[in-house]
Design a protein around this ligand. Structure first.
Ligand SMILES: [Zn+2]
Length: 148
């Protein structure tokens, strides 16, 4: 599982989060991290991935994190409500500033957040290519409807 820490680029100081990754990403999706206690600059959120992402180091700055406006919930085993939290996280590799789109997800039941192991992580361009095809298809279909 990936681990995370806050980083002040001014002081070059790492701050451990003492939090679960889910909580850290959730907070980051809602608001910017707190300022550095020493210099007042906004701290960066960094993630160290435990899986290889091409060549290069495994340290990434979290550029942004998003959740859908509406989350899906359903009744799971033992009639407990389960909510899916599918994140879209834009990561920037420390070495070459290349960006990736990482989609980790959790199933949250009560207070427990279960990590989905098979998160997709794509090169930013590959991700844009996929999303672009959705829009392209939607546009084509609209045009077809207009022709009818
Ligand atoms: Zn600082």
């Amino acid at each position: 599982m990936a681990t995370q820490y806050y980083f002040c680029s001014q002081c070059q100081k790492k701050y451990p989060t003492h939090q679960k990754l889910f909580d850290t990403l959730y907070e980051f999706s809602k608001a910017a991290p707190e300022d550095c206690l020493a210099c007042g600059v906004v701290r960066e959120l960094h993630i160290t991935l435990d899986f290889p992402l091409g060549a290069g180091d495994t340290d990434f700055k979290v550029v942004s994190a998003f959740l859908p406006d509406k989350l899906e919930s359903w009744l799971g085993e033992e009639e407990e409500e389960v909510t899916l939290y599918p994140f879209l996280v834009v990561l920037q590799r420390a070495g070459d500033r290349k960006q990736f789109c990482w989609m980790p997800y959790w199933h949250v039941t009560g207070k427990e957040a279960k990590y989905g192991q098979h998160a997709v992580c794509l090169d930013h361009r590959q991700f844009e290519s996929l999303i672009g095809q959705i829009w392209g298809k939607a546009r084509d279909q609209e045009e077809e409807f207009e022709l009818v």
